[in-house]
Design a protein around this ligand. Sequence first.
Ligand SMILES: [Zn+2]
Length: 110
Amino acid sequence: MTTVLHIERCRVCAQALFPARYRCPHCGAADWASEAAPHGVVEESTVVRHRVGAQGTGDVHLATVRTAAGAFVIARADAPLARGTSVALSIDETNRVWASASGVPHRASH
Ligand SMILES: [Zn+2]
């Protein structure tokens, strides 16, 4: 069960942020608006390799995703995601962010 990721946007200076903080690191305000961030583009990806038998989950793929809203989020993925891939973002019941490739790559060939 997952839901669409939401990020917080400062109502004073419009800085987008995830995860939420009490005060805006940019202007110091504590006045936030929640904003859906269903899509993003992979900026960087890495894989965390687990030893065989350790938790039994295998490798974990992590991607730094720039959301359309402007905030950067660290997301987990089931498979490696290349830089520039458009992804759909969701959040699971334990507040983990997941990225899954959605359609065409960001830098499609012409
Ligand atoms: Zn601010």
